[in-house]
Write a protein that binds this ligand. Structure first.
Ligand code: B12
Length: 217
């Protein structure tokens, strides 16, 4: 039997995403788990790396919408295998997060990675899904009383919706009850500052670390 190294398996997982190989991804993820590769690394250094390449191929007109959707589905199949290993169910919850992709935006692959990693870090996560209007964020904050509101946007045309959510929270008198973090490819720290969010994260790992720093102590 050939025993593969960690980098080799992660590269295979990355390639499976790039090649839209939905049949192989569950087996490869399981193989990685059996080789004791931390599930966290499988997501960030395997599948997410593959999604980056898929994004570049789309930008170079090598891939089109159908391939993008297929890549997303392939990543979801991998996440299904990894989720039980990422969950830390017995742990006391460290804090509560309400998260969603803003109105008009249907991109959820990145948000789902954030959800998975937050859950793995012991957060109680209320996922509102995609295309979430400001009223729905406000309603969820009233109902669930989270410590943190997290928003995702992948389009320059929808990132402005993040400001609408913050305004709506202010109007409802809820803004000061929560910390607000935003993320997604077009999001910068400058933008976060401009719209009155508390933080912006360039990736899921940084985002989870910021959330952890807010709830500790
Ligand atoms: C996959 C994809 C799609 C899929 C989405 C499938 C799904 N279920 O999500 C589909 C095919 C549906 C799609 C549709 C469209 N897309 Co698209 N899509 C992409 C693509 C290739 C990859 C995005 C992705 O999933 N990346 C992988 C994940 C893991 O990365 P991520 O999302 O950036 O998330 C990471 C971080 O940003 C961060 N993060 C993300 N959210 C959050 C939130 C918080 C709180 C935190 C802390 C962190 C965080 O953590 C994640 C992990 O580290 C990007 C290109 C790109 N390079 O980004 C284009 C892209 C975003 N799409 C684009 C466009 C134009 C569209 C369409 C308008 C195309 C069309 N003509 O119909 C539609 C819009 C649909 C809509 N209304 O939303 C453009 C946006 C251009 C712009 N500047 O606005 C891009 C940049 C491609 C391009 N260069 O043209 N798309």
């Amino acid at each position: 039997m050939i025993i593969m190294g960690m980098k080799e398996i992660l590269d295979k997982i990355k390639d499976a995403i790039v090649n839209l190989d939905i049949d192989s991804i569950p087996k490869l993820c399981l193989e990685a788990i059996n080789e004791n590769i931390p599930p966290y690394d499988i997501v960030m250094n395997g599948m997410a790396k593959g999604m980056e390449i898929v994004g570049q191929k789309y930008e170079n007109n090598e891939y089109f919408l159908a391939e993008l959707i297929m890549a997303g589905e392939t990543m979801k199949e991998g996440m299904k295998v990894l989720e039980p290993y990422l969950k830390s169910g017995e742990l006391k919850k460290v804090g509560k997060v309400v998260i969603g992709t803003v109105k008009g935006d249907l991109h959820d692959i990145g948000k789902n990675v954030v959800v998975t990693l937050l859950s793995a870090a012991g957060f109680d996560v209320i996922d509102l899904g995609v295309d979430v209007p400001p009223e729905k964020f406000v309603q969820a904050v009233k109902e669930h009383k989270p410590d943190i509101v997290a928003m995702s946007a992948l389009l320059t045309t929808t990132m402005v919706e993040m400001e609408s959510v913050i305004k709506a929270l202010k109007e409802a008198g809820l803004r000061d009850n929560v910390k607000i973090i935003i993320g997604g490819a077009p999001i910068t720290k400058e933008f976060a500052e401009k719209i009155g969010a508390d933080a912006a994260a360039r990736d899921a790992v940084e985002g989870v670390n910021i959330c952890k720093s807010w709830v500790k102590g």
